[in-house]
Design a protein around this ligand. Structure first.
Ligand code: FES
Length: 64
């Protein structure tokens, strides 16, 4: 599914780029593109948050 229509970036590409990204601009840089209209920025931020939650869950599981 396309998340960023301006740049034709799909959810899978954002999910991969968000892993370890510092911020939304970093995700776009990793995708080799720049934000344009900005409508997708909250969704991109959610991808970063999801990767952080997943990383935290993995650390919690590893610590058990
Ligand atoms: S939809 Fe992503 S910058 Fe416009």
């Amino acid at each position: 599914m396309y998340v960023c229509l301006c740049n034709a970036i799909r959810d899978r590409e954002f999910a991969a780029a968000a892993n370890g990204a510092a911020n939304v601009a970093d995700v776009f840089r990793r995708c080799g593109r720049k934000p344009q209209c900005g409508k997708c920025l909250p969704d991109v931020a959610n991808f970063i948050e999801e990767t952080l939650v997943e990383a935290g869950s993995m650390k919690a599981i590893a610590a058990e």
